[in-house]
Write a protein that binds this ligand. Structure first.
Ligand code: NDP
Length: 387
């Protein structure tokens, strides 16, 4: 019998939805690189329903309890008295989502002698101290590709909303106004602008593909170049470093993982080299941008807008300056947890658990840390901190 400790975000303030806006979600069988969507033996949930909050339980309860395991689900994850802290010492498996991360620090690993598997229901395991996982032989897995397209759609939405000044214009309508001049004094067309992505992995490339029909000039930087035929198909220009990219771009979107190389990348010095009035969109991780440098740049006009859904810490405290800085298009961490994405990462979490409990190998593309070292997708995307 294993104890599975699952940390999910709280239910809606009015309780779990009784009805939904739509009757279902399209079934996605494979991703643009040919990887198949999750293939658990079965699922015990209805795709399109809320699974990522506490009452949704990622649809895991029947599966785990019928196999004799114990499932504890909570949203209470921070502080010494939290349910997470209390349950962790006897947990064998921890499941957490990047949207509401249960930070698995080295100290927490030390208090969890039974812990063998940490699953990220979603993508991005930077809330887990990977070095500690390596040292303790804990496997870390995530549901690679499950929400990459979801995030790329969100990025395109954010770019358009900033450039076209959508949020302030919408606010005028809600306030009862018809203030066209106020709205359009900051509204531009995206057409013809230089748009660049920091990283062209699954999300970054999906963003480039979605932006191509807008007749923009595309740019990217990454640790590795895309295949020449992809560069030619997208008409995208490669930059060897982020400095060269941001100098020429009107819009920059960040799609790199958070790791020692990217933490604090967008600081005062880098932002000062961007075009005046550039837009910055970050759906990767909050810590890739220096919090106060972003605020200063919006206040001075160096940046014309900043939007994204990633913060540090999460949830962001009520006085986090990104909530109130000018020209921001911030949301809570939602881009990768649409109802559509939840169906895929809940199925992927189930697939990982089925493999784990039956002694079958977890798909290589889901592995971040395994058998004492970075593995699979983790070996490709992450750098272990130097000890
Ligand atoms: P991928 O692993 O497919 O792509 C990441 C890319 O970043 C790789 O091409 C990698 O290069 C590149 N990269 C790494 N370090 C650097 C660097 N210093 N400079 C430039 N490029 C770099 O990941 P995804 O596209 O699936 O996801 C990217 C990130 O987005 C995740 O790590 C996560 O943090 C975030 N995310 C956010 C979500 C949300 O809800 N907001 C949901 C899902 C993900 P190389 O191939 O050479 O290693």
């Amino acid at each position: 019998m294993a104890k599975v400790l699952c940390v999910l975000y709280p239910d809606p303030v009015e309780g779990p939805p009784k009805t939904y806006a739509r009757d279902g979600v399209p079934e996605i069988l494979s991703y643009p690189n040919g990887q198949t969507a999750p293939t658990p033996e079965r699922i015990d949930f209805t795709p399109g329903q809320l699974l990522g909050s506490v009452s949704g339980e990622l649809g895991l309860r029947n599966f785990l309890e019928s196999a004799g395991h114990l499932l504890v689900v909570t949203s209470d994850k921070d502080g010494a008295d939290s349910v997470f802290e209390r349950e962790l010492p006897s947990a064998d498996v921890v499941i957490s989502q990047p949207f509401w991360p249960a930070y698995l620090t080295a100290e927490r690993f030390a208090r969890a002698p039974n812990l063998r598997l940490a699953i990220t229901a979603g993508i991005g395991s930077d809330h887990v101290d990977l070095n500690a996982a390596i040292e303790r032989g804990v496997t870390v897995a995530e549901v690679t590709y499950s929400n990459s397209v979801s995030v790329s759609e969100h990025v395109v939405m954010l770019i358009l909303s900033l450039v076209r000044n959508y949020i302030p214009s919408y606010s005028w309508v809600v306030k009862g106004g018809w203030n066209i001049a106020d709205c359009v004094s900051r509204e531009y067309d995206l057409e013809g602008m230089d748009v660049g992505t920091v990283a062209a992995g699954r999300i970054g490339t999906a963003v480039l593909r979605r932006l191509k029909p807008f007749d923009v000039i595309l740019h990217y930087t990454d640790r590795h170049r895309l295949p020449l035929e992809v560069e030619q198909e997208l008409g995208v220009q490669y930059h060897p470093d982020v400095e060269s990219l941001v100098r020429v771009c009107d819009v920059v979107t960040i799609n790199a993982p958070l790791h020692p190389e990217t933490e604090g990348m967008f600081n005062d010095a880098l932002i000062a080299t961007m075009k005046r009035g550039a837009y910055l969109v970050n759906t990767a991780r909050g810590k890739i941008c220096d919090r106060d440098a972003v605020v200063r740049a919006l206040e001075s006009g160096q940046l014309a807008g900043y939007a994204g859904d990633v913060w540090y810490p999460q949830p962001a405290p009520p006085d986090h300056p990104w909530r109130t800085m000018p020209w921001n298009g911030m949301t809570p961490h939602t881009s990768g947890t649409s109802l559509s994405a939840q169906a895929r990462y809940a199925a992927g979490t189930r697939e990982i658990l089925e493999c784990w409990f039956s002694g079958q190998p977890i798909r290589d593309e889901y592995l971040i840390v395994h058998a004492g070292s970075l593995a699979g997708a983790g070996a490709h995307s992450y750098t272990a901190a130097k000890t």
